[in-house]
Write a protein that binds this ligand. Sequence first.
Ligand code: AMP
Length: 107
Amino acid sequence: MTVFEKIVAGEIPCKKVLENEKFLAFYDIAPKATIHVLAIPKKCVKDFQEADPKLLGELSGFIQEVVRVLGIEQSGYRIISNIGTHGGQEVPHLHFHILGGQKLGSF
Ligand code: AMP
């Protein structure tokens, strides 16, 4: 069971931003920006590459809602999904990082 499945199951606490039947958004425990939120599907899918495009479409709409809740839709933000070893993925449960609340560095 991934740490994110444990969060979904309520076994590990999280600071929730938004939730619906399929998705959950919560603050990252080790923030890399002023605002750093993770958006995940409740049902575990390993990563972006394994995910059904329909699910990714729904998750995109959920992320847009999360961004509105965070109030950063005008100031801007960055979304990142790390995939696999070279992508630096630590948790094998699809997630998008939503970073904002400050001017982010370029890479
Ligand atoms: P990644 O490297 O893309 O797999 O990112 C995993 C992210 O999950 C990291 O930014 C971690 O800080 C975050 N994380 C790990 N455990 C928790 C937790 N219990 N609550 C919130 N965020 C977590």
